[in-house]
Write a protein that binds this ligand. Sequence first.
Ligand code: ASP
Length: 464
Amino acid sequence: MKTLFIEQTVNKIGQEVELFGWVDSKRDHKKIVFIDLRDRSGIVQVVGDECFKKLSAEDVVYIKGVVKKRPEKLANPKLKTGAIEIKTKELKVVSKAKPLPIPVQDDGYVIDEEIRLKYRYLDLRRPRMFRNLLLKSQVVTFIRNYLVDKNFLEIETPILTKTTPEGARDFLVPSRLQRGKFYALPQSPQQYKQLLMVAGIERYFQIARCFRDEDPRRDRAYGEFTQLDLEMSFVEQNDILTLTEDLFTKLVKKIFPEKHFTQSPWPRLSHQFVMKKYGTDKPDLRKNKKDRDELAFSWTIDFPLFNKQTEEDYFYGSGSAKFAPSHHMFTAPHPDDIPLLDKDPLKVRGLQHDLVLNGFEVGGGSIRIHQPEIQKKVFELIGFSEEQKKQFSHMLEAFTYGVPPHGGIAPGIDRFLMAALAEPSVREVIAFPASSGGKISVMNAPSEANEEQLKELGIKVQTH
Ligand code: ASP
């Protein structure tokens, strides 16, 4: 199996090596031709003769050669392999490359994003994109190890499921076996993770894919995104905040050692305070907004449990409903405010917590309602019809069989990375994001279904 150039060549002077990689660039000095050979670990200079002339950028080649020390003067301190070069004994072209539609050597920011997404498999060759994917993999691995060490279980929950009304439009998937019925892709594993608490799991997490049919924004990819979803039983809000803060503090120290925190411990600010002082519930508390390495984490707490319902809340109650949950309908009211549920619902504080980083909401969660009667009251207040209430009867029933108090949070992995790396959009940290029209350009998805498929599903398509 191939090892990385960095491991194969640095400190291996005099040894024969076999390298596989891409031709990053070629410099033709007539009798001597140099190529920069690239793999994911970087670039190594290879010296060849006239047979190198046939090579073009991005060809995949095999080189057998000897590692030589470069003369002092010709060393390139910018490259990790800059002190050596490879003197070629054998060259094989493994596969030829046509000229690429986009350059892949630079950072790529100025290239039209639609084209970058169409040729994403080329776009991901650029070192910046590789670094982002590598860091994401390291972040996820760190999170897994940290939580498993703290006795969390990683548990998968269904993707083909029923709607989780968390404030966005659902993606629907038609059922073949039960014609006329639809699955919904989960907006988050919210109900499942709460049911896992009823099951006695006590500490759950999942690197969860969430699906929301919302328009894309710079901090929100269209369609799907990844969250660290976690839930714990027998906890108070402070436990969730403390655990999350410890996790991300250690994660940043390990994976982003060049970054520094504006404040530690992270400030916990009430919703009322931040709205008054900053006019937003996700204030950017950085001291120097130009400093790419400054991370200003903060908590926003004491949100109102409800907002006034608006047209955007169409999926909640119809008709007489006046209130929409500020977070979601499973968030517990502050215990001191329970009497206000009947008297003045807009004054009730919720046990919600938002994690804010450099002006972005990078996570949200809450202590949940675990008393069926309070849950029923919240359903009433948001105006659920009998039909809608029935959709949640499994939750209410589950809560009658011995339910622990519980709560959790779901930090967005893509959003955290975007903010931490000061990338201009979440799409820069996702391998194959959808473009603005909701299209996965590489595969040209979505696509039409054929007659046969539609017939099986009992679906007739109307395009207008
Ligand atoms: N499911 C919630 C969300 O995705 C997070 C939570 O309450 O844990 O925002």
